[in-house]
Write a protein that binds this ligand. Structure first.
Ligand code: SF4
Length: 343
């Protein structure tokens, strides 16, 4: 049974003061109350480092200055701009969400977490972040970093694999919010900053932490035992074969289906086993060169790809492929490992 949780009364005040003095203030998506910019950054920052996001964020805003511009773009173009950021379902939801905002809300994001959460790809925590930053709504965020900070501060030992325990932590997260709506932006940013810096997953720097006096996990002497999560992700391994055909400076690409890994992206024709690839290569009379294998780690499995390359005398048809001139490849949404291979 979980132990009794005592909420530290000063937590929000200490965090707000620390954020105002020592937190991050110069990121390009800060110092704005424009929900489009905040939303874009929040989606990009899910599972991606700040340093990686910076360039993408800038390019997206240059190309799509408003949510209406993003809605008007084709999904293909959005995927192309997203290529390399990974987790492509985010890009598809980004586009769907922009279309919903443009068509159902007149191009304006709705001004409450509850309404924002109804939009495609906006989960409870992201909705709360947008509402807190842009509309000063007193509402709690609880992304991975914040779960870590709060479970440590509260010594919350509920199992994060259980949705009931997660709900309970949401409740505590709501109970420790600052009382003044004017503080909610600094507080939310403070939680994010603490989770991204001092309260690191493996080696939290408790001596430098502004809330160390209030932190029960630190007082117990073993903050890294929080958050508790019993379910371990089982990693699998997958192998595929890539047929890399070239003809007169063109590369043959195929578009992946709309669902599954790399959905909607363009890759080399892909086969489940080497024999299937060889059969296809034989049909188009290709002399294959064995290229070094490519290893790519995804959330649930490690992917080993075996490229086999051939230069053809004629532009043979392989399935639903498209011959693309090398100089045009940058216009296509290619997954990162393929870019690395062919550029
Ligand atoms: S005292 Fe340590 S464990 Fe507690 S919030 Fe700060 S860095 Fe994290």
């Amino acid at each position: 049974m979980s132990k009794e949780i005592v909420l530290p009364a000063d937590f929000a005040a200490v965090l707000v003061a620390w954020q105002r003095q020592h937190g991050r203030h110069a990121l390009p998506w800060q110092n704005t109350r424009d929900p489009y910019r905040v939303w874009l950054s929040e989606i990009m920052l899910q599972q991606t480092q700040v340093t990686t996001v910076l360039g993408y964020y800038q390019r997206f805003l240059e190309r799509f200055p408003s949510v209406v511009d993003l809605a008007a773009a084709s999904l293909d173009e959005v995927l192309t701009m997203w290529a390399g950021l990974g987790y492509y379902s985010r890009a598809r939801n980004l586009h769907r969400c922009a279309v919903a905002v443009a068509q159902q809300h007149g191009g304006l994001f709705p001004p409450s977490a509850a309404q924002l959460q109804e939009l495609p790809g906006i989960g409870r925590s992201t909705a709360a972040a947008i509402a807190a930053f842009c509309f000063a709504e007193r509402v709690a965020i609880l992304d991975g970093n914040v779960k870590r900070v709060l479970s440590r501060v509260l010594a919350f030992d509920g199992d994060m694999a259980s949705s009931a325990q997660e709900k309970l932590l949401w409740r505590h997260a709501t109970d420790v919010l600052p009382t003044a709506a004017a503080d909610i932006g600094a507080y939310t940013q403070g939680l994010m900053d603490l989770g991204a810096s001092l309260c690191a997953a493996r080696a939290p720097q408790c001596l430098l932490c502004p809330v160390s006096e209030l932190c029960r996990g630190r007082a117990e002497g073993e903050p890294t035992r929080y958050p508790v999560k019993t379910k371990k992700l089982k990693r699998g391994r997958r192998e595929n074969w890539w047929l890399w055909l070239e003809h007169k400076g063109q590369v043959l690409l195929q578009q992946r289906p709309d669902t599954g890994v790399w959905a909607g992206l363009w890759t080399l024709p892909m086969f489940d086993d080497e024999q299937a690839l060889l059969n296809q290569a034989q049909l188009v009379g290709a002399e294959l060169e064995v290229m070094p294998r490519v290893e790519h780690a995804l959330t649930h499995f490690d992917w080993v790809l075996h490229p086999r390359r051939a230069v053809l005398d004629s532009a043979a048809a392989v399935g639903a492929g498209r011959w693309v001139a090398r100089e045009k490849l940058a216009d296509y949404a290619l997954p990162a490992p393929l870019k690395k291979l062919i550029f």
